[in-house]
Design a protein around this ligand. Structure first.
Ligand SMILES: Cc1ncc(COP(=O)(O)O)c(C=O)c1O
Length: 461
């Protein structure tokens, strides 16, 4: 993107960013160079006002389109930072969690059990017990094995639990990798195998359970969906199972269609792109943008899908579990170039203070724009490989990224880093960075930089 004459207007329009007259990148009224100097790099920067607006707008758009009851639950796994979740919670969005840690975070943040949905393929007995004791709204059951565990724990506690069945709809969204799409029958273990008869069998089993109550279905077809009509298509594919549930005497009161909506300016690499990049270092170099992704298109597709699925039936409560489309575009990651290395005629490397080993795991499989913070107008002129600080060769941000000429000491920003960057972080030889939120020219710390003492605090020395 660097070097485009309209770069400033693109940054404003597509990311809500700005620049000073001398070309320094500004987020939430704060100069990124100052932020990097004050808090140190790497640094996550959350655009608070934009995050709040996005969360409200998601909720309002779906409410304006869907004629029935709606509940929106933010998927904690996408960005589990309490300071981020608090902003989303204040907009009226509830919680979706998938581990004891996330459940504890939700309860600490003041969500009541009735505002929480629990998902995931690894629900330990302790998690299930905590769900039942805290009157969690729905446990989304992943398998018959898990359902039997839930029943046994309900019996021990003499308490009931309401559940949705997670079904594997055998649906791969357009352009996504079969091996990673969460609703793929061959690629993903999640959910009950609808086509193999597991859902119907599990419905039969729940019939004889006194304390476990079936309320509806759940699916999640993947993350980063680029074609909003895929939701309608995935829903339409559930007609048979819906009829089978009703013929077995169940009301489907609730449809939870998970998360997954993509964002306009960053996306997962396609199967071919991933192959070319990982095998031959060929990185797709064009600007990524998809202006067909919008909350309005998404809400239309979902509404059409549910209304068609429930034609001539009572329409269900609709549950949505967005993650990426709320947080993704509202955060950036600042990194500093420590040294520039060049082997003439072979390659140039920018050695930076963050890479996939510590902080940028999604850059392994997603396209993200990288901006030179101290001079957004400098023209792109060369291919460089941006590596991280780890002394291991896979610690790369991007190989062969087209960038302007960058010098040691200059600062870069990876855009759209609000989804799955903080979740994937690891202390691979370096402390986890600080997280700061910015609004109207003010900045405040959401998380301190990890200290070395904290990093070894659990070890016995
Ligand atoms: C069950 C479930 N719901 C919601 C989400 C959130 O997805 P996204 O961040 O793509 O919206 C995920 C992500 O993997 C998920 O597994």
């Amino acid at each position: 993107m660097q070097g485009n004459n309209n770069i400033k207007s693109e940054l404003i329009k597509d990311w809500g960013l700005e620049a000073t007259d001398n070309g320094e990148l500004v987020i939430g009224g704060c100069n990124t160079i100052n932020l990097g100097n004050i808090y140190g790099t790497p640094l996550h920067v959350v655009n608070e006002a934009r995050l709040r607006t996005t969360a409200y707008s998601f909720l309002e758009t779906i409410k304006s389109k869907y004629p029935g009851k709606i509940s929106v639950h933010y998927a904690f796994k996408c960005n589990p930072v309490p300071g981020v979740i608090k902003i989303i919670k204040a907009a009226g969005i509830k919680a979706e969690v998938m581990s004891e840690y996330e459940l504890m975070t939700a309860l600490k943040l003041g969500y009541s059990g009735k505002d929480i949905i629990v998902n995931g393929p690894y629900k330990t007995d302790r998690l299930i017990k905590a769900c039942i004791e805290n009157n969690i709204r729905f446990i989304n059951v992943d398998s018959l094995f898990e359902l039997e565990k839930i029943e046994s724990i309900c019996n021990d506690l003499n308490k009931s639990a309401e559940v949705l069945f997670r079904i594997n709809p055998d649906f791969v969204p357009s352009g996504m990798n079969n091996g990673s799409a969460a609703g793929s029958r061959t690629g993903s273990p999640f959910g009950m195998d609808m086509k193999g008869g597991e859902v119907v069998h599990t419905l039969k089993m729940i019939k004889r359970m006194k304390l476990v109550i079936f309320r509806g279905f759940h699916f999640h077809i993947g993350s980063g969906i680029q074609v909003t009509d895929d939701y309608r298509k995935a829903l339409t594919g559930l007609k048979k199972i819906l009829n089978e549930a009703e013929n077995s005497g169940f009301n489907v009161d609730v449809m939870d269609i998970g998360g997954g909506l993509g964002i306009p300016n960053s996306r997962e690499m396609t199967t071919l792109e991933l192959l070319l990049y990982q095998a031959f270092d060929l990185l797709h170099s064009g600007r990524q943008s998809n202006n067909k992704i919008s909350f309005a298109h998404y809400a239309d597709s979902v509404t059409k899908g549910v209304l068609s699925l429930f034609r001539n039936k009572k329409i269900p409560e609709l549950i949505l579990e967005p993650g990426r489309c709320i947080t993704g575009p509202n955060q950036l990651l600042l990194l500093k170039v420590h040294q520039v290395k060049e082997r003439k005629g072979i390659k140039k490397w920018l050695v930076a203070d963050a890479g996939i080993g510590t902080l940028t795991m999604p850059t392994y499989y997603e396209h993200h724009e990288v901006v030179l913070c101290n001079d957004i107008n400098r023209k792109s002129s060369e291919k460089v490989t941006i590596t991280g600080p780890g002394c291991f060769s896979a610690d790369v941000v991007y190989r062969n990224k087209i960038m302007p000429k960058v010098a040691a000491g200059e600062m870069l920003a990876i855009l759209d880093s609000g989804a799955y960057f903080t979740s994937w972080e690891s202390s691979f030889g370096f402390p986890r960075p600080a997280i700061v939120s910015v609004v109207d020219g003010r900045h405040s710390l959401l998380r301190k930089r990890e200290s070395f003492d904290h990093m070894i605090s659990l070890d016995t020395i």
